[in-house]
Design a protein around this ligand. Structure first.
Ligand SMILES: *Cc1c(COP(=O)(O)O)cnc(C)c1O
Length: 396
């Protein structure tokens, strides 16, 4: 037998973390890495946050799981907080981002089909989007590499150009149910949509009774300096998928919706065995305790601005390597003029700095939101050293 016990679907690197300390990871042989990947925008509070750890420990000892057959004081409390903090009137809890997007897709379809509009099932999505790895969420993305071997795709998705309102408008037709979009594409290369585009989608949705569905799985939960990124666009969605950061490392996601959008999500319409169990609710509450306040969000914005201006200064020293800095808050991307993957591997292996590679030759810089000056200084030490001794050909 040559297949590995862990199904070999990931190109795993040689870093094998066994312990976390604040913004660092320590691997099997004791090597310390500065973690500016945060488990891909998950570990908002780093790896040693007492509030989060304590909440999970206490809840684990009290009650972990009971199923959604029973009333949920824990779920009601967290859902109420999310309703108070956002556009939403109602929340469905999931265990992952893809499930949150699945629920969002189902909610958008059911908005129309619940009242008999059976042919309104199509969502207009955007090129280079990433929405997850289930059949529906890979079907929602135009990326062939995720489709190969899994055909046929689920029907009901059309792909427009990202940040191009006319392209989206041109795909509208009698089957259109709404739009599904990341306000800031993550995997696609930290590409923020423009305000005009997001407001244009909102207007198209309003004029045609369509659902505006946001995938904030990566950019949501304080990452960009507001609780959700949509707040920076002067619009509100009808439906929003959130996950990654919301559990701070505990698997948790949610689909948020207005009362109007959720009119089809009635008893029996949807479900999840684990979704919203007391342990997950304790983790989510602890994350909100830490991040869902003006002071923390202002800090993220300030740190983001500082990090960004230092990055912009830094790339000026290497015009042959770097193209630009983009993103919002602490969701930043360094677009390279050469392939970003070899540089990402070089930073990791030679300088023990963890970032995340993304599309469009972009390096994602996603520090824990609790990172401070000491971590940012260490980041620039490693990044500068990494740029200075980088040989694109050697690493490729
Ligand atoms: C990561 C991600 C997902 C999928 O989340 P999973 O928890 O891996 O299922 C969906 N949408 C976006 C924008 C993401 O970044």
């Amino acid at each position: 037998m040559s297949i590995t016990p862990l199904m070999p679907v990931y190109p795993r690197c040689g870093v094998r973390p066994v312990r976390g300390e604040h913004c660092h990871l320590i691997d099997e042989d004791g090597t310390r890495y500065l973690d500016f990947a945060s488990g891909i925008a998950v570990n908002l509070l780093g790896h040693s946050h007492e509030g989060l750890i304590g909440a999970i420990q206490r809840q684990a000892a009290t009650l972990m799981h009971v199923s959604n057959l029973y009333g949920s004081p824990q779920g009601e409390a967290l859902a109420q907080r999310l309703v108070d903090l956002t556009f939403a009137d109602t929340v469905f809890f999931t265990n992952s981002g893809a499930e949150a997007v699945e629920c969002a897709i189902k909610t958008a379809r059911s908005y129309h089909q619940h009242v008999g509009n059976e042919d309104k099932y199509e969502l207009i999505t955007f090129k280079n989007a990433f929405h997850g790895r289930t059949m529906a969420t890979i079907s929602a993305s135009n990326q062939d590499k995720m489709h190969k071997g899994f055909m046929p795709l689920l029907a009901g998705f059309k792909y427009a150009e990202f940040d191009d309102l006319e392209s989206a408008r041109a795909l509208m037709g009698p089957n259109t149910a709404g739009f599904l979009v990341e306000p800031i594409q993550g995997e696609g290369g930290i590409r923020p949509a423009s305000e005009a585009f997001m407001q244009g989608l909102r207007n198209l949705a309003d004029e045609n009774d369509l659902m505006l569905v946001l995938d904030e799985v990566q950019c949501g939960v304080a990452r960009t300096g507001t609780f959700y990124a949509y707040e920076q666009y002067g619009i509100e969605p009808d439906i929003l998928a959130t996950a990654k950061g919301i559990g701070g490392g505990f698997p948790l996601g949610a689909c948020l919706a207005t009362e109007k959008a959720a009119r089809g999500m009635v008893i029996g319409a949807h479900g999840s065995t684990y979704g919203g169990n007391p342990l997950a609710m304790a983790a989510g509450s602890a994350v909100l305790d830490a991040v869902a306040n003006d002071e923390f969000l202002a800090q993220v914005r300030k740190k983001g601005e500082r990090l960004r201006s230092r990055l912009e200064q830094f790339i000026g020293n290497y015009p042959e390597l770097f193209d630009c800095v983009r993103g919002r808050g602490l969701m930043l991307g360094l677009r390279m003029k050469t392939e970003s993957r070899p540089f990402y591997a070089h930073l990791r292996d030679k300088h023990h700095l963890l970032t995340v590679a993304a599309g469009d030759n972009t390096l994602r810089i996603l520090p824990p939101l609790v990172a401070g000056d000491a971590e940012f200084d260490e980041f620039f030490d490693k990044l500068s050293a990494g740029a200075a001794d980088y040989q694109p050909a050697e690493a490729a």
